[in-house]
Design a binder for this molecule. Structure first.
Ligand code: SME
Length: 158
C-alpha cells in the first residue's frame, strides 16, 4: 500500500492542519508503538524539514533514544538533565529560543540553535518526550506547542 504524504505549503498552522489527519491515518489500526513513533517522526520531518525530530522514551531513571529522523544523537539522558530531562522532570513543554542560553543544554548537534520538547503522557504518566531541533534561533512558538501536544496526545492509547 502506498503511504505518500501530501506536503502542505503556506503558514505553519495550515501545515499542521494538513499533517495531523494524515498522521491519524497512518496510525489507524496500527497498535505497535515503535511503528507509530517512526511514522510520526518521518511525517514531521518530511513536512517541516527540521534539523532533528525524535522521541526519547523513559527507561527507569533515564530517557533512551527512540525513533527519530535526523543526525545521530546521544542515546541516554538523565532525569533533570538538558532540555529533554527537564521537560520530563517538570512534566511540561519547554520552548528554548537559544539553546546556548539554556543551562545544561545537551548539544547532540552543533547545528541546533533552538528546540521544543513536549512530554508524552499515557494514562497520566510521562512515558517519553518528543524533541525537535531547528538550525534557526527562536524557531518554535505556541503554535508548535499546541499542535505537537495534539500529535503526542494521539499516543495516549498505546
Ligand atoms: N538537546 C537535547 C538533547 C537531545 S538532542 O537535541 C537530539 C537536550 O538538551 O535535552
Amino acid at each position: 500500500m502506498a503511504e505518500d504524504l501530501i506536503i502542505q505549503d503556506g503558514d505553519k498552522k495550515s501545515q499542521y492542519e494538513s499533517l495531523i489527519p494524515q498522521i491519524k491515518g497512518l496510525m489507524a489500526g496500527e497498535h505497535n508503538l515503535v511503528a507509530n513513533l517512526g511514522n510520526i517522526t518521518a511525517a514531521l520531518k518530511e513536512q517541516f524539514n527540521w534539523l532533528w525530530v525524535g522521541f526519547y522514551w523513559v527507561e527507569s531513571d533515564e530517557l533512551v533514544l527512540a525513533p527519530f529522523q535526523g543526525p545521530v544523537a546521544c542515546t541516554r539522558i538523565k532525569k533533570g538533565r538538558g532540555v529533554c530531562g527537564t521537560s520530563w522532570e517538570k512534566g511540561i513543554t519547554l520552548i528554548v529560543d537559544d539553546v546556548e542560553k539554556f543551562p545544561g543544554h545537551i548539544a547532540c548537534s552543533s547545528a541546533s540553535r533552538s528546540e521544543i520538547v513536549v512530554p508524552v503522557f499515557q494514562n497520566g504518566q510521562i512515558v517519553g518526550v518528543l524533541d525537535v531541533d531547528s538550525t534557526e534561533l527562536a524557531h518554535f512558538d505556541a503554535i508548535d506547542q499546541t499542535y505537537l501536544e495534539e500529535i503526542v496526545g494521539l499516543l495516549d492509547q498505546f
